[in-house]
Design a binder for this molecule. Structure first.
Ligand code: ZN
Length: 499
């Protein structure tokens, strides 16, 4: 028994309770809150955030963290919580309070300016603000850098511990070398993939009914979670018995069906966090990339797999008789796997997605470490789209202004999206050796796959980082070759590239 940790735990429990409240407000704001609630609710959120900050960042907590760090009797889970908190405190303490507050003010302003600039399709309106955001981020990373660590590495480490430019350069070089020519071959292929039947008038009721069916089929537990509608789908959790996901309904069946499966993948991670970890600082997914690996694993590797639909395609046809009654399973599966270069990242298919991220990675790296200036972003952005995707955006709304991330100061975040897909592919090839993966899908036995992921990934929360998880499961460090192999096999077959 550690007395220091016991005292510390009271602060942590309070912080976790406040965080759960904050998350509930965030969820409510995006789903159910009335339009006029915003202003007064943001006052409540401001007070709760202040309380949260105070609960983890005060002199007493710092003293208890120090005492706990020296205590060898802590259990591994206790020690991990102390480590997590101590890193968080260190991050905050090396940035002067005044600069931290100025930056918080700047980013809330920057998001508004970004929105207006995007609306007006005018990059110059956003450029001066973005410049300030970049300068702050570079300054903060400079304060936090340890032993000659580079600034962009500091940022990357926030989202994906254990990853740095050296490793990511290798990853993105592989993507550039292999996926760019693969897309070119797909674009030149004579195979036409028909997908017109995925667009149409589908009622919200139809979409909700099939959405709930799919969520449950994939493993969403409605006794421990709820589903609602929001502008952009997302998943949040209060703890492992209360997971909240959202979806959206629209004219595109692909987007509606696969958003649900994607968010269910996130939700399964949260349901799977061990009872001994939930509501602690280590009771979340290992990293951004690992979380995204689970959602993309279910969305793409499972959800866009023909075997997945064999037991349930009839149900889908019955749900959308006008669109699908004449469409056979093969036609449907081909349609949801169609690849085509486009400008918008969030609408990208599985093949082109990583190229959107490659572009952002190269630009961020140049902005933070190199010579690229904010003013040059639109031109360099367009050049890269032309080089890698073969299309050139005509305007900044569809180009450099499409994502919110930079206005929020989230540099280093994008790579985790592509890493998620690559982690998933590495897991997939390993799991195929351990089980009859496609056979299980054909029999509708998804619980075997789910259980495997829970046992090897989910239950550990933040106790392991993503590279350790991959090594422990596959016996190999992160290896992007599996991702390339996966894409080549899949699209080679669909577009008959070997003929
Ligand atoms: Zn996601």
């Amino acid at each position: 028994m550690s007395q220091a940790f016991d005292e510390l735990k009271q602060y942590l429990d309070r912080a976790m309770a406040l965080q759960a409240a904050l998350q509930l407000f965030e969820w409510d704001d995006a789903t159910a809150a009335p339009k006029e609630a915003g202003k007064l609710t943001s006052n409540v959120i401001r007070i709760l955030s202040g309380e949260y900050f105070q609960a983890v960042n005060n002199e007493e907590v710092k003293r208890l963290v120090k005492a706990s760090r020296e205590d060898e009797s802590l259990t591994p889970i206790q020690a991990a919580q102390v480590r997590e908190l101590s890193e968080e405190l260190e991050k905050l303490s090396c940035i002067p309070k005044e600069e931290y507050q100025d930056f918080a003010r700047l980013t809330s302003e920057a998001t508004r300016v970004w929105e207006e600039a995007k609306e007006a399709n005018d990059f110059l309106r956003f450029a001066p603000t973005l410049k300030q955001v970049v300068e702050y981020q570079k300054k903060f990373a400079g304060y936090r850098a340890k032993d000659g660590q580079r600034k962009y590495d500091v940022m990357l480490n926030d989202y994906e511990p254990g990853f740095h430019m050296e490793l990511l350069d290798r990853f993105f070089d592989t993507i550039k070398k292999e996926v760019v020519p693969l897309l070119k071959a797909v674009s030149e292929s004579k195979v036409l993939v028909r997908d017109d039947f995925l667009t149409g008038e589908f009622s919200d009721e139809q979409q909700e009914r099939i959405g709930r069916f799919l969520a449950e089929y994939v493993g969403f537990d409605f006794a421990k979670g709820v589903m609602a509608v929001s502008a952009h789908p997302f998943t949040t959790n209060l703890h492992n018995k209360d997971v909240r996901m959202t979806t959206h309904y629209n004219h595109n069946l692909d987007s509606s069906l696969f958003s649900i499966i994607h968010e269910t993948g996130h939700a399964l991670y949260e349901f799977g966090i061990g009872d001994d970890l939930t509501q602690t600082l280590v009771g979340q997914g290992a990293s951004m990339g690992m979380h995204e690996s689970q959602s993309r694993f279910f969305e793409n590797i499972i959800g866009r797999n023909k075997s997945f639909w064999i037991p349930i395609y009839e149900t889908l046809q019955e749900a959308f008789p006008e669109a699908l009654s004449e469409i056979g399973l093969d036609l449907f599966v081909n349609a949801v796997n169609k690849a085509e270069p486009g400008f918008i990242r969030t609408e990208a298919d599985e093949l082109t997605y990583s190229l959107h991220i490659l572009i952002r990675y190269e630009l961020e790296k140049e902005l933070i470490e190199g010579e690229l200036s904010v003013e040059d972003l639109p031109r360099v952005w367009a050049d890269k789209y032309e080089a890698y995707l073969g299309i050139r955006p005509e305007n900044v709304r569809e180009g450099v202004l499409q994502d919110i991330h930079w206005s929020q100061g989230s540099f280093g975040y994008f790579p985790s999206y592509a890493l998620g897909s690559a982690f998933g592919a590495q897991l997939y090839y390993h799991m195929k050796k351990e089980m009859d993966f496609e056979g299980l899908l054909e029999e509708g036995r998804l619980e075997v796959i789910r259980e495997y992921l829970r046992e090897h990934i989910h239950k550990y929360g933040k106790l392991k980082d993503s590279r350790t998880i991959l090594r422990d499961i596959t016996g190999e460090d992160f290896n992007p070759d599996y991702y390339v192999m996966y894409l080549k096999e899949k699209y080679g077959k669909l577009y008959r590239l070997d003929q």
